[in-house]
Write a protein that binds this ligand. Structure first.
Ligand SMILES: C[S@@+](CC[C@H](N)C(=O)[O-])C[C@H]1O[C@@H](n2cnc3c(N)ncnc32)[C@H](O)[C@@H]1O
Length: 375
């Protein structure tokens, strides 16, 4: 019988079901040990606030770090035990052999709640007494989670968070995290078929460094060129020692036919142009332009529009409304999605608005509004 392993996917709170959807859509591209599509399902065991418990064979589970775009991090559940006393913890730690997984220095991330051992500093001291390979500065993290006296030790498979892609490294001042951009593109494109989208244009009239554009362009790409912490582990299946992704049938497809990105700040457009070099020869148009005087490209394709307009102290509330109005009037998108701080939902002639979701973005409560063109 093939052994199944437990994984925990950390994801933005409120987007748990979107991450589940991404897992289901990814399934056909996951390979088995014979480098052909795996017959083993990635089983979603439980949805939690800010995460998903998932079960899969090791080989299939580890591949998720390269395929999934929406989680922040993936952990592999290693050991679990009921622990209600320090002596129990000491005895257990003595029996464990973390070096069998990873020989380098380890960093701990301890989290305890509703348990008799509540003091995280004290738990850390106990670990330090027995494990001599612990260091603050380390590329490998072991997550120690104590909940209702059940201690679970999980290895971080990723190192740098998953939203660090192998592409588009140049950032502006308030970049959106790539995984959030991916999730919002999922909201924007809901209900459209792949062939429909492949005939359309995506426009971001206030693109900053262009995160939405790069996420849509790399929609089906595997994240393989950067390092992931699991790659330094001992005893990895031999599958991972070759360039296994070359056997994946996942096409390096983008979502849309054509891409347009604008920003009023020439420096932002320069940054976006640097990111764009990786995506050539994509049908991509980048230009310095104030959305309030926008001169859109002439095109026969329908447009979908996505943007996170500037917000904060420097911009008055009604200005965001003006930027959205200008975007809709100039580009006349079939559908548009905007993220901005919670507040009133403006209405615009010719468009129906729907509150898609609310979430915390950098501690600020924001709303995601989708405008759909009438007719
Ligand atoms: C919050 S940032 C967008 C960040 C972007 N999503 C990213 O990931 O880099 C908002 C952008 O809107 C641009 N902007 C502000 N007012 C504008 C206007 N009137 N026309 C076009 N761009 C504008 C700013 O220069 C800034 O780059």
């Amino acid at each position: 019988m093939l052994k199944l392993e437990d994984f925990f996917l950390i994801c933005p709170v409120g987007f748990e079901s979107s991450v589940q959807e991404e897992i289901r859509k990814t399934q056909p591209w996951i390979l088995g040990a014979d480098s052909r599509p795996s017959p083993h399902l990635i089983e979603i065991v439980q949805e939690r606030k800010g995460g998903l418990e998932v079960r899969a064979p090791k080989l299939e589970g580890f591949q998720l770090v390269h395929h999934l775009k929406s989680p922040v991090r993936i952990l592999w559940r290693w050991k679990s035990k009921k622990i209600s006393h320090v002596t129990e913890l000491k005895n257990w730690l003595r029996s464990l052999r973390p070096q069998e997984i990873y020989e380098g220095p380890l960093k701990l991330q301890i989290h305890s709640r509703q348990s008799r051992l509540q003091n995280e500093k004290m738990i850390e001291r106990v670990f330090h007494e027995d494990w001599k390979n612990l260091k603050e500065e380390s590329a490998q993290t072991l997550y120690v989670d104590l909940y209702q006296d059940q201690m679970t030790l999980s290895w971080d498979l990723c190192g740098e968070p998953l939203y660090k892609r192998s592409w588009a490294p140049y950032k502006g001042q308030a970049p959106l995290r790539e995984n959030l951009a991916h999730l919002l593109l999922q909201d924007l494109t809901e209900g459209f078929t792949g062939p429909e989208l492949s005939q359309m244009s995506l426009v971001d009239p206030m693109m900053g460094s262009g995160t939405f554009l790069w996420e849509a362009l790399s929609w089906n790409w595997l994240n393989t060129e950067r390092a992931f912490s699991y790659q330094s582990w001992k005893g990895l299946p031999s599958f991972f020692k070759i360039e296994w992704w070359k056997n994946s049938l996942r096409p390096r497809q983008s979502l849309f036919k054509h891409y347009e990105g604008y920003d009023q700040d020439p420096h932002m457009v320069e940054i976006a142009q640097k990111n764009a070099t990786l995506f050539e020869p994509a049908e991509l148009h980048l230009e310095v332009q104030d959305v309030r005087q926008a001169q859109p490209l002439k095109t026969n394709s329908e447009r979908l529009l996505i943007s996170n307009p500037p917000y904060g102290e420097r911009i008055a509330g009604d200005s965001v409304e003006n930027l959205i109005r200008s975007s809709l009037e100039a580009f006349k998108p079939l559908r548009a999605l905007f993220v901005w701080p919670e507040g009133k939902i403006p209405s615009f002639l010719g468009y129906r608005s729907d509150l898609k979701r609310k979430f915390l973005h950098g501690g600020i409560p924001v709303q995601v509004i989708v405008f759909s063109r009438n007719s």
